[in-house]
Design a protein. Structure first.
Length: 260
C-alpha cells in the first residue's frame, strides 16, 4: 500500500530507529531525505535503498548545527519539491550523573537530541506550511518519563522532547501540522548494544540485551521495525485526529511497578 505516495519526508538518523523509519516510509512511496552524521551508515542505507528502488537520498549532516540543517532542508525542497513529513530520530546516549557528566558532553547531548528537533521545526515548518500542512514525529524515550541510574543528560533531553512536542503541536495546529512523540522502551539497535556493553562490560552483549527484555512485561526487547510501524501510523492520514500526544512502545515497561 503506497499511502505515502507524493509525500516528501526528512528523517534524521540513519541507524537504528531512523533507518527503519526511512525504509518504512520509502517502501510506502515517500521520497526521503535521510540525514545522519555516520558516513558508513549513510552509504549502507543508500545502497540498500537503491537496490530496492526507493526514492531516498542519504545526506551527511550534523543535525545539531543550524547551517547544516538549513542546508538539508533546502536540498530537500530543491530535489523533491517540498516537505510534508518530519521524523526526528537522531540521538546520542552519553552515560553519567550530573557530577560525572562534563559540560561539553551535556551541551552536546542536548544539542543533538533536543536542539535538532527545534532546528528541523524552525527550518522545516515554513516549507510544510507551503504544502498545506503535514505531520511530525519525535522519537523520545521512556527515559523521558522515568529513568535509570547514570543517564542525566540523556533523560533530560528526552524529557525536553516531550514538552517540545506539545508546544509544537499547539503552536502549529492552525497550520494543519500535527506533532506527536513516540517513547520506546528497550529497542534492539546499535545504541542499545552500546548501553548493554556499558552497564555489563563483563557479559556478552546479546545476553545483556536479553536481560533488558525481561524487565518488560512482554518479556523481550522491541525491534526498530516495530517502532517504524507506529511512526508510520502517526505520520499518515490514519492518525488525522492525533496531535500533541506521546505514544509509548515499551512492551508494557512503564505500566508496572517494581514490586514482585
Amino acid at each position: 500500500m503506497n499511502e505515502f505516495e507524493n509525500k516528501v519526508a526528512i528523517v534524521t538518523g540513519t541507524t537504528g530507529i531512523g533507518r527503519a523509519i526511512a525504509k518504512k516510509l520509502a517502501g510506502g512511496g515517500a521520497r526521503i531525505m535521510a540525514c545522519g552524521i555516520d558516513p558508513t551508515a549513510n552509504r549502507e542505507l543508500q545502497r540498500e535503498s537503491d537496490a530496492n528502488g526507493f526514492k531516498l537520498r542519504a545526506e551527511l549532516c550534523d543535525v545539531s548545527q543550524p547551517e547544516q540543517v538549513e542546508r538539508v532542508v533546502g536540498k530537500t525542497v530543491a530535489q523533491f519539491g517540498g516537505i510534508d513529513l518530519l521524523a526526528n530520530c537522531a540521538a546520542i546516549h552519553p552515560f553519567g550523573n550530573s557530577v560525572e557528566t562534563d559540560p561539553e558532553t551535556w551541551n552536546r547531548c542536548l544539542a543533538v537530541n533536543l536542539g535538532s528537533v527545534y532546528l528541523m521545526a524552525h527550518f522545516g515548518i515554513p516549507e510544510m506550511r507551503k504544502r498545506g500542512g503535514g505531520s511530525i514525529v519525535v522519537v523520545a524515550s521512556v527515559q523521558g518519563h522515568a529513568c535509570q541510574l547514570g543517564v542525566a543528560a540523556y533523560t533530560a533531553s528526552k524529557g525536553g522532547l516531550l514538552a517540545l512536542t506539545r508546544s509544537l503541536a499547539v503552536d502549529h495546529a492552525a497550520d494543519h501540522i500535527r506533532v506527536n512523540s513516540i517513547s520506546p522502551g528497550s529497542i534492539h539497535t546499535p545504541m542499545l548494544e552500546v548501553a548493554a556493553a556499558h552497564f555489563s562490560p563483563d557479559l556478552p552483549v546479546n545476553e545483556v540485551v536479553e536481560r533488558f527484555g525481561t524487565a518488560h512485561p512482554l518479556g523481550r526487547v522491541g525491534t526498530a521495525e516495530e517502532v517504524a510501524e507506529l511512526a508510520a501510523f502517526l505520520l499518515s492520514d490514519r492518525s488525522a485526529f492525533c496531535t500533541g500526544g506521546d505514544y509509548r512502545i515499551d512492551g508494557g515497561l512503564l505500566a508496572g511497578i517494581g514490586v514482585k
